[in-house]
Design a protein around this ligand. Structure first.
Ligand code: AMP
Ligand code: GLY
Length: 421
């Protein structure tokens, strides 16, 4: 069977890496892919948001299954367009994707279906929003409504800071159109965890647990990034928390999807804050987390293709998903300057000796080929991911691998997974 993976980051590299292990997969394409992906799949020069060109490609090449990595094409309606043409695709339709694509949609959905989340109000004009901030006081959280590459959330410690942030979002349009509406919500305190499930709209299959590291520097300091490393399993999500999340969050989400006639055949990623033992939803994503997908997919024992295809066909109940006992740790190597403007074009060395290994895999994110060299081309460059008997060993293996890799301006956190140790 022929598969197309849409996207070109570390998440997509890990999807391609796992898909190519399936005996049922004969050929994998990736659009647009990156230098690492091009070693195991055929990369095609179509951007992830060019839905029309992707659909043409799928028809021309008789692709059996399309797997969408990032949120932007999902929110833009790639699944709606493919389903209309009866093409098999893994991901939610554009309404389902609003759970990530619009903070207001997500909050209204949660309110309607009784899903625990921070108290909030949504605004589309400046003045009442400022008044609400002054009424509620600080700390308070502001969220640009639309997709803002993980940067549209501001946690203001004072009212002045909140008003400044509101001006930045609504008047200066710091996040473009994403900021024409804003959600203002109560600031929750507690421990964060993320929880992912795969669903075909009927059956729910929880994925292995994982934990991301959002800040750029050690000790969770500095600005937020797309994610600087992740480990799996995550001990914070113990059996009782997992049961509580399934019961108070996933069950009503599934009920809401059915009630709203949303065609959701993909991943639901719930970012939760655990306050006094109870989980509250901070955000939904409608796709695999990146970098979380990397350690999770290295731990997946069963066939990823079967899982994704069955989900796309609405027969997830037929599939058995199994996990390795091993733990996995992924450390992201980034470019100098990230998450601000960053260097590009630096030659990466040391990658060759990891070829063919399955205990340590160097997933590429922002890389490209330049002549015979692999060079940096994005903020997050590589996800060095290693297995081990336990988290301590997996962490040691990942950092040992990093010692072999270098490029100008290479940055990474030294404390990935310490929280789990
Ligand atoms: P989001 O994109 O909504 O997950 O927000 C990004 C990050 O902001 C989250 O991972 C949390 O660290 C933080 N955050 C979001 N909403 C809240 C909230 N209501 N209270 C405290 N922190 C929050
Ligand atoms: N690592 C967080 C995300 O994928 O949104």
């Amino acid at each position: 069977m022929k598969v197309l993976v849409v996207g070109g980051g570390g998440r997509e590299h890990s999807l391609v890496w796992k898909l190519q292990q399936s005996p049922r997969v004969t050929k994998i394409y990736c659009a647009p892919g990156n230098a690492g992906i091009s070693e195991i799949a055929e990369c095609i020069d179509i951007q992830a948001d060019n839905i029309e060109a992707l659909l043409d490609f799928v028809k021309y090449e008789w692709i059996d299954l399309t797997v969408v990595g990032p949120e932007v094409p999902l929110a833009a309606g790639i699944v709606d367009a493919f389903v209309k043409e009866e093409r098999r695709i893994f991901g939610p339709d554009s309404t389902g994707a609003q759970l990530e694509g619009s903070k207001q949609f997500a909050k209204d959905f949660m309110q309607k279906y009784g899903i625990p989340t921070a108290e909030y109000r949504a605004f589309s004009s400046y003045q009442p929003a400022e008044e609400y901030i002054r009424l509620k006081g600080a700390p308070i959280v502001l969220k640009a409504d639309g997709l803002a590459a993980g940067k549209g959330v501001i946690i203001a410690q004072t009212v002045d800071e909140a008003v400044k942030a509101l001006k930045l979002i609504m008047k200066d349009k710091a996040f473009g159109d994403a900021g024409s509406r804003v959600v203002i919500e109560q600031c929750l305190k507690g421990e964060e965890a993320s929880f992912m499930i795969v669903t075909d709209g009927k059956t729910v299959v929880p994925l292995a647990t994982s934990q991301d590291h959002k800040r750029i520097f050690d000790g969770d300091k500095g600005p937020n990034t797309g994610g600087m490393g992740a480990y799996s399993p995550a001990p914070v999500v113990n059996e009782s928390l997992r049961a509580e999340i399934m019961d108070s969050i996933i069950a009503p989400v599934m009920k809401g999807l059915t009630k709203e006639s949303i065609n959701f055949r993909g991943v639901i990623y719930v970012g939760v804050m655990v306050c006094e033992g109870k989980p509250y939803v901070l955000e939904f994503n409608v796709r695999f987390g990146d970098p979380e997908a990397q350690p999770i997919l290295m731990r997946l024992e069963s066939d990823l293709f079967e899982l994704l295809k069955a989900t796309a066909e609405g027969r997830l109940a037929d599939v058995k998903v199994t996990w390795k006992e091993d733990a996995a740790v992924c450390v992201v190597l980034s470019s100098r300057g990230y998450p601000g403007s960053y260097d590009k074009g630096d030659v990466i060395t040391g990658l060759d000796e990891f070829k063919g290994r399955d205990d340590v895999v160097i997933f590429h994110a922002g890389t490209k080929l330049k002549g015979h060299n692999i060079v940096t081309s994005g903020g997050r460059v590589l996800g060095v991911t290693a297995l081990g008997n336990d988290i301590v060993t997996a962490k040691r293996n990942a950092y040992k691998a990093i010692d072999k890799i270098s490029y100008n301006g290479m940055h990474y956190r030294k404390d990935i997974a310490d929280k789990a140790i």
